[in-house]
Design a protein around this ligand. Sequence first.
Ligand code: SF4
Length: 372
Amino acid sequence: MNGMKPEVSHIRVADDCDCLVGKSLEELKELAIRMGEPAYRGAQMYAALYVERVAQIGRMTVLSAAMRRRLEESSRVGLPEIMRRHRSADGTVRYVLRCAADGGTPALGVTRDAVIETVFMPEEKRQTICISTQAGCAVNCQFCLTATLGLVRNLTSGEIVGQILVALEDNRASLKPQTNVVLMGQGEPLLNYEAVMAALGIILDAKGLGISPKHATLSTSGIIPGIDRLAKEKVRPKLAISLNASNDEQRDKIMPINRKYPIAKLMEACRNYPLRTWEHLTFEYVLLGGFNDSVEDARRVAKLAGNLCAKVNLIPWNPGELPYRPPDAERIEAFRKTLVEKGQRAFVRYSRGQDVMAACGQLALVESAARA
Ligand code: SF4
């Protein structure tokens, strides 16, 4: 070192990825320091990105004009781009988003653009945003249209957080005080663990997106090592298990992942999962007409979930180009009643946005007539 100050304008400030979205508070502070700025500038960037949802570096007026210029030379905010909005009659919006690969890094597997889906569901007092964690999915659940895409690639933490920012910003004028986030879009979150946890670090941070862990749910097809890992995290969302069958024979047929992680082992992982005082597990059960919707199935599900602090969400299957049929209304009600009689909390959840292919299991980049 010769004591001379480095030429800060020539420092490449983001050498793993040019995108600011997805960076943690610590990473942004380091970035500021590498630019020769004080660390608090990083905290200002963090607030600008995640609290104020500023989408362009040039508009981060909390930073000096000179810093903004230097930052623009090497970085970009990096939000996913809205390609299409499909608006449902019930107010749900299915976004088709492009995540650009430029600025990504082959080390993260980000070598090509990905097209993904995010669903925004407005309600009276809140909105729920369903986000994707991978482009496509490799898990191959037989009742889910996303499976037909195969796995395209993992999403980066920025692409995961960016979906929420885009959906909130696009609905800024009508936002309700509470936002719920569900990791139930394309992909299996626990097969993209690092990026998902990095994103959740920002999403659940009171100084970041500020979503309460009580209002965020990660849904898994039952990746046991991922569940065990999640159990050890200090900051984590609620956990939902996509069960969908009452025995292994049945589950093997519709969820090939069950051959690797069968029901007994999955239930053991659930029993070992450390629930917080306010928390319960959720079992999701897609009802496929004539396949897994009998009263006997309900009795077996009640037994499986019986000794756990859990509730069961029954989701009548949403039609798509797959060889299943939605369950009859009487069978849905008989299933729910059987669970309740066995002491199990159970609710029927009708998916929203079916008319624009935004409902559970329908995310497969399908075009629909209702566009905006
Ligand atoms: S249900 Fe989830 S895990 Fe299964 S194929 Fe669809 S996106 Fe993947």
